[in-house]
Design a binder for this molecule. Structure first.
Ligand code: ADP
Length: 538
């Protein structure tokens, strides 16, 4: 058999010849809409690659993007790795110090950014001494170019040749450099290779996973800078899907407009975005239109959210993964065995479990001694993974991130049930141990968020003089809604053991991390001593 390397440029070439007239549309940060097809996209990607070469970017060099979900960013997704360079997708929602840290750690020399991030870039610029070129991803009106003291993207592109024979090289060469969001210390870099990106993209499109067809229009609402948005630009290009990119406008009204105008069938993202979208539908009385499926992940999906979408006729699937896994791990698509169990069980499993194994990711749960636990839905253990798009070691680290048998410890705690579906009960760093017993923060949150009037709910463990740690519940209500402590406890009580009930219920705005997840670290710190005076009962 032939041994042609798996190249990201191979995905581009396929898209250009197999479905050249399928559309890519993008909102820009000024609100306008850009529209072209895969053929025109491929031509601009070649120009972009030539432009990079003219600037002296070569194989192995790192290029940073600080950009939203736009066609410009997607062009960099193909052009930078296409010539053998590495795209470091910086996260604009990190702190200044963390952004500077990742760019210095990546040792990037060229930096592309969206125009509405110019104030942030101006602030960072004096600290980015190694960066040679700052290029705004703007239209060619020269305004942003003047400010950045450099030519802008569109000018450079227009001057570059559209002719290019994509180079072939070892498929194990690096393509992307993605950083974790650094919830526990400095962000850590993970290098994705051409091989891992292509294999991940092929598998992600399968019917057991995202299940895309050429009739789909995909609107990625997970950020392109966060683990390459589940590789959706590549999955879409392989499967001939139309793409609708929302830039940085993830509010309900903007998403609804794209869905209606472009016939979006599929979207995905973290739960917070879909909370905002459902708020919008409830306020306006609008419906979900062409939307057929939403895949939600990044943190646990509240059951109430899945049910509400079902009532609108939209299927919700849960996905689980992480930056270290490119990011796809498991996805909750139905199986015949589950269907035979009846629709109640089927819905319950699909909505409340993170998902089932996908080809390419070996997965097991183990106890404290590393022994594999049974798939009985009862025994929680550490989730270990292994496979061709799973990390081997962090970028610039001497040590392998794996155990002696090549397994990566994900830091998540889960059970696996008789249907083969995994249910995350906690992250190991969020685990609450009260009097030696585990309380599942995710289970309590899921019930709390289903209480009428509740927008977000977070459960964290704080110090308790008798029990070492006890859960407290922090609640953010919908605008204008009132929820009392008594009503919340009465709502929780029937669904959990008594000792899982939170010792305090606090109403306040819930902070989010740079990747749109509830910031439990801040909440833990903020309320660390709130139970310190509790009676020890001694
Ligand atoms: P980090 O937040 O550490 O930077 P990621 O953004 O890659 O890393 O997030 C990975 C983590 O998000 C997982 O380890 C897991 O704890 C959590 N996560 C992802 N998907 C889900 C899900 N569907 N349900 C619950 N937790 C999830």
């Amino acid at each position: 058999m032939q041994t042609s390397p798996l190249m990201i440029s191979g995905i581009l070439r396929h898209a250009e010849v197999a479905h050249p007239d399928r559309e890519i549309i993008s909102r820009l940060t000024d609100g306008s809409i850009w529209r072209y097809d895969y053929a025109a996209f491929a031509e601009r990607v070649r120009r972009c690659a030539n432009m990079l070469r003219t600037m002296g970017v070569g194989p192995g060099d790192r290029v940073t993007s600080l950009a939203w979900n736009t066609h410009h960013h997607m062009e960099l997704f193909f052009a930078v790795p296409g010539i053998g360079a590495v795209l470091h997708t910086a996260n604009p929602r990190l702190s200044d110090d963390q952004i500077v840290y990742t760019i210095a750690h990546a040792a990037s020399r060229v930096f592309f950014y969206d125009p509405n991030l110019a104030p942030l870039v101006e602030r960072l610029r004096p600290r980015l001494e190694e960066v040679r070129a700052f290029i705004p991803l703007d239209a060619d009106d020269g305004k942003d170019a003047a400010r950045s003291r450099a030519a802008a993207y569109e000018q450079l592109l227009a001057a570059a040749s559209p002719q290019l024979d994509w180079p072939q090289f070892d498929e194990n060469e690096a393509a992307f450099l993605c950083y974790t969001s650094g919830t526990t210390g400095n962000p850590k870099g993970v290098l994705y290779s051409h091989r891992s990106v292509v294999l991940h993209a092929i598998t992600a499109g399968l019917s057991s996973a995202l299940g895309f067809s050429a009739f789909d229009c995909i609107m990625p609402c997970q950020s392109l800078y966060h683990a390459t948005a589940w590789g959706l630009p590549f999955v879409a290009a392989i499967n001939g899907c139309k793409i609708a990119l929302p830039a940085d406008r993830f509010d309900g009204a903007s998403l609804q407009q794209l869905i209606q105008d472009e016939g979006v069938t599929f979207s995905g993202g973290v739960p917070t975005i879909w909370t905002m979208y459902l708020d919008h539908l409830q306020r306006t009385g609008e419906t979900t239109g062409s939307l057929r499926q939403i895949v939600i992940g990044g943190s646990a999906v509240p059951r109430a959210m899945a049910e509400t979408f079902q009532n609108y006729g939209v299927q919700v699937r849960q996905i689980w993964g992480m930056t270290e896994m490119s990011p796809l791990g498991v996805l909750s698509t139905p199986t015949p065995k589950l269907a035979e169990a009846g629709s109640d069980i089927c819905d319950d499993v699909i909505w409340t479990r993170q998902g089932r194994r996908q080809f390419g990711v070996e997965l097991k749960i183990v106890d404290d001694k590393g022994l594999e636990l049974p798939s009985d839905g009862q025994s929680p253990g550490s989730v270990m993974v292994r496979g061709p798009w799973i990390i081997e070691r962090y970028y610039r680290s001497e040590a392998s991130a794996l155990d002696a048998d090549g397994w990566f410890d994900t830091g998540d705690i889960a059970t696996i049930d008789q249907y083969g579906f995994m249910r995350i009960t906690d992250r190991s760093k969020d685990v609450i141990k009260s009097g030696g017993e585990w309380v599942s923060s995710i289970d309590v949150e899921n019930v709390a968020v289903a209480c009428s009037g509740v927008r977000f709910a977070a459960v964290v463990g704080v110090y308790h003089p008798k029990w070492e740690e006890r859960p407290i519940l922090i609640v953010e209500t919908h605008d204008g809604a009132t929820v009392t402590i008594e009503a919340m406890l009465a709502h929780l009580q029937p669904h959990m053991p008594r000792w899982w009930l939170p010792d305090a219920v606090i109403f306040e705005n819930i902070p989010m991390t740079a990747t749109g997840k509830i910031d439990k670290k801040t909440l833990r710190e903020r309320h660390a001593r709130c139970l310190a005076q509790e009676d020890t009962g001694a």
